[in-house]
Design a protein. Structure first.
Length: 443
């Protein structure tokens, strides 16, 4: 079915409803149907829809000082945002480079890592290591780093070579091992990759602190990032943590790295930084790396027309103020446990639910054909898409994940705004149980 009009839409296989209003956790379409946004779109709407504080901040900034090029001016909005992020970031992360989207932030971090090595007299370090089943964006540089095969395959001839290692996905361990007897083989795989590539050639290792949409909210096992940090330090490889999805409170901490007591060399953020109301992302970097660039070439060879944007920064400042004033980090921490408990109570015994995992307001529910063997449904059955559609018909918006069990695998992700109520939590849990029964009963 070819969509009408002049828009080249994201979805070409169906006509999309026309959204006419969004307020709090609800989106309404042209026919008056209401949908509870239980995923914040792609886990981006962190504070609910239509926050007047963000609108006012944007309005005031546009009238006061809408655009200045970041090579010519700085502004209070940008300076205030960097100061606020420094107060909440992992220790030592105190400089921030602002862009528009998550993929831009990832590419900025990759380039920044390379230049840090150049400034420190390590010109041979250019190679990047990433993980399979990862997502870092869809621009060519970010896609090269990403490990989602379905996204990579059409453009594989155009991608820069990046070395990928297995993800810390204990349910389907790439090595057929079990934690803790595995001795964190998935982390040790980084050392093996560095040695195989040649330690003197490796620039950085990039990883999602908690896997997002591609693996459906998989936290790493205890000790994983401690070992990763040790390996990176030993080989002078920079650690880039991608927190575009899981940062800014999503997991019940300002940054998910806090859960694992790890400080990266660079950290990316986006999505929740603008609360979904405006496009903004950032790369945070350790002060000593910033100093190396300043005392070396004196310039980071990078930029963007809309980098360090005044209006976007004003919106992000409003987002951070709301999180602080409404104590939303603590709320996500407490209510995230409630979401997990209710999902487990409703679904853990279901014969087609293999795993319920997550942290804070980031939860993934993996579905299988056989719970005993963990055999997935064949991808052609499109179980995740069918459950998503059933939820949609019941007035709940979720996010689907697929293709993480070989080319098969199905999951649904819940990542609601931080203001979701207890009654709304019950609503989305009950809806998922009902949709799963409807879909699994029809196979």
């Amino acid at each position: 079915m070819k969509p009408g009009g002049n828009v080249f839409p994201r979805k070409l296989d169906r006509l999309l409803p026309l959204a006419t209003k969004a307020e709090d956790l609800w989106i309404q379409d042209e026919h008056g149907n209401r949908y509870l946004d239980a995923s914040g779109g792609p886990l981006v709407v962190s504070l609910g829809h239509g926050r007047k504080e963000i609108a006012t901040a944007v309005y005031d900034q546009i009238l006061n000082c809408d655009y200045t090029h970041p090579t010519m001016f700085t502004t209070s909005a940008v300076e205030d945002l960097a100061r606020s992020l420094a107060a909440h970031s992992p220790p030592g992360i105190d400089r921030f480079y602002f862009m528009s989207g998550g993929a831009e932030a990832v590419e900025t971090a990759i380039k920044m890592a390379r230049q840090i090595h150049l400034e420190n007299g390590r010109p041979r370090r250019f190679q990047l290591i990433s993980r399979w089943h990862s997502y870092h964006g869809l621009t060519l540089g970010a896609l090269a780093a990403a490990g989602r095969t379905a996204f990579r395959s059409p453009f594989a001839p155009m991608l820069k070579d990046v070395c990928h290692i297995p993800a810390p996905y204990c349910l389907r361990c790439s090595f057929g091992l079990h934690y803790p007897d595995c001795k964190l083989k998935c982390a040790l795989a980084l050392e093996e990759a560095i040695e195989n590539l040649g330690p003197e050639t490796v620039s950085a290792f990039i990883a999602e602190t908690i896997s997002g949409a591609t693996l459906a909210a998989v936290p790493p096992p205890p000790g994983y990032f401690k070992k990763i940090r040790e390996i990176c330090d030993h080989y002078q490889v920079l650690l880039i943590l991608d927190e575009v999805l899981c940062g800014l409170g999503r997991t019940g901490r300002w940054f998910a790295a806090e859960h694992y007591s790890v400080t990266p060399d660079l950290i990316t953020m986006g999505k929740g930084l603008g609360g979904g109301a405006i496009a903004i992302s950032a790369v945070g970097v350790l002060g000593r790396h910033f100093d190396a660039i300043c005392s070396g070439s004196g310039s980071f060879v990078h930029g963007g027309t809309f980098s360090h944007h005044n209006v976007a920064a004003a919106a992000a400042n409003a987002v951070i103020r709301i999180i602080e004033e409404e104590n939303l980090i603590d709320r996500v921490h407490r209510h995230g446990k409630i979401i997990g408990e209710k999902l487990n109570r409703a679904l853990s015994d279901h014969p087609h639910v293999a795993d319920i995992r997550g942290k804070g307001f980031l939860w993934g529910i993996e579905f299988v054909k056989d719970k005993t063997t963990l055999d997935p449904y064949p991808r052609k059955e499109k179980i995740a898409e069918r459950i998503w559609k059933s939820l949609f018909d019941h007035g709940v918006l979720a996010y689907s994940a697929a293709g993480f069990a070989g080319s098969d695998g199905d999951a649904i992700i819940y990542g609601p705004p931080y203001t979701i109520s207890d009654d709304q939590i019950d609503f989305i849990v009950d809806a998922l149980a009902q949709s799963l029964d409807e879909v699994s009963g029809s196979i």
